[in-house]
Design a protein around this ligand. Structure first.
Ligand SMILES: Nc1ncnc2c1ncn2[C@@H]1O[C@H](COP(=O)(O)OP(=O)(O)OP(=O)(O)O)[C@@H](O)[C@H]1O
Ligand SMILES: [Mg+2]
Length: 333
């Protein structure tokens, strides 16, 4: 017994080259036996059972067991480590947040992009999917060129990176001159690719989805793919936007998506200490009341100072977006 413990102690600091952890941390040493003729038998769990790993471990173990401890022989049986309990294989669940609006042009894409950036600034690993097949604008907002993404060896799409976000957009896959009428039927197919075939970072926590304007069809596609999609509804203060936003909200509710709340964008314009309600007042509250949710943020009219579409953290709107991201995280945890 003592001899086996000695062997165990002598080898447990050896590193499994296939995942960089020690045999101790991997709980790799599953069996040790010493034969009468002074030979050692080991059963080892290794992270990746390949020739290279086996060769390296064989060499490291032989050095300790034969040279240092003086045993006559060594026989190792390698087994694949059980997945459970292995930190490396632990995948966090991704939370999808769909940004919908009903009416177009209310700032849905701007909100989606800035919310994603704010989540990332708070330290949440975030990605964004631009699913607006009719007016894809996320690449432009994030200053990304429009080109076809590359695929890895497993044919998974490799997303682009901007502002610490991973980004995939319909626009990357469309030909510029593709007629609008052909785009609708392609969307369902494309969404499938976006949700199943993109190689997101393993530690991705949030994926923001910029949805096309409208009330039903895309929401239904999303429902099929991610039954549990959280939704935020964007509106302006104007009734022309808030009336359709309510419909989009009800459509989402009917599909049993979780409604996180309403974002009122373009709330008012401020200049020289005066506030101008350019698009009227109250749209956000109206939508929130009708859908029985809260107004998560009211975002005034202001152009970003340093970038095309993204507000810096210290700009007034940047601060508002950080607050919005914080509120959403709290609601979800
Ligand atoms: N709070 C804001 N202050 C100033 N400009 C804004 C604000 N929000 C959005 N905008 C601007 O309004 C325009 C429309 O915004 P955006 O493209 O985000 O809207 P959308 O709802 O996604 O539109 P679409 O229906 O075309 O997809 C853009 O030019 C954007 O820069
Ligand atoms: Mg848009």
């Amino acid at each position: 017994m003592g001899a086996k413990t000695d062997i165990k102690e002598a080898i447990e600091s050896i590193v499994d080259p296939s995942n960089g952890q020690t045999l101790k941390d991997n709980h790799a040493i599953q069996f040790i036996d010493i034969t009468e003729d002074h030979k050692v038998s080991l059963i080892l769990g290794i992270h990746k059972v390949d020739e290279d790993t086996k060769k390296k471990l064989n060499r490291a173990l032989a050095k300790v067991i034969k040279l240092d401890l003086g045993y006559q022989g060594l026989k190792i049986t390698f087994e694949a480590l059980k997945k459970q309990g292995s930190v490396v294989d632990e995948k966090r669940e991704i939370t999808y947040i769909g940004v919908a609006s009903g009416k177009g042009g209310v700032g849905k894409s701007t909100v989606a992009a800035n919310l994603a950036v704010a989540l990332s600034r708070i330290g949440k690993k975030t990605a964004i999917i631009d699913a607006d097949i009719y007016g894809s604008s996320i690449p432009n907002l994030l200053d990304l060129p429009v080109e076809l993404p590359k695929a890895d060896d497993d044919q998974k799409i490799i997303p682009f990176k901007a502002f610490d976000l991973e980004v995939i957009a319909t626009e990357f896959f469309l030909k510029e001159d593709q007629p609008l009428m052909w785009r609708g039927p392609m969307l369902g197919k494309m969404l499938n690719h976006f949700f199943y075939d993109v190689k997101w970072a393993d530690d991705t926590e949030y994926i923001i989805v910029d949805l096309p304007p409208g009330t039903g069809d895309v929401a239904m596609d999303i429902q099929k793919i991610i039954p549990k999609c959280e939704m935020v509804i964007v509106t302006t203060p104007h009734p022309s936007a808030s009336n359709v936003a309510v419909k989009a909200g009800f459509a989402a509710k009917q599909l049993e998506h979780e409604l996180l709340g309403v974002i009122e964008n373009m709330t008012a314009f401020e200049a020289e200490g005066k506030t101008y309600a350019i698009f009227g007042e109250g749209g956000g509250k109206t939508v929130a009341n009708k859908l029985d949710v809260e107004v998560l943020a009211e975002i005034p009219i202001q152009a970003p100072k340093a970038h095309k579409g993204i507000y810096e953290m210290h700009e007034e709107l940047g601060v508002i977006y950080l607050g919005l991201a914080n509120k959403i995280i709290k609601k979800l945890t």
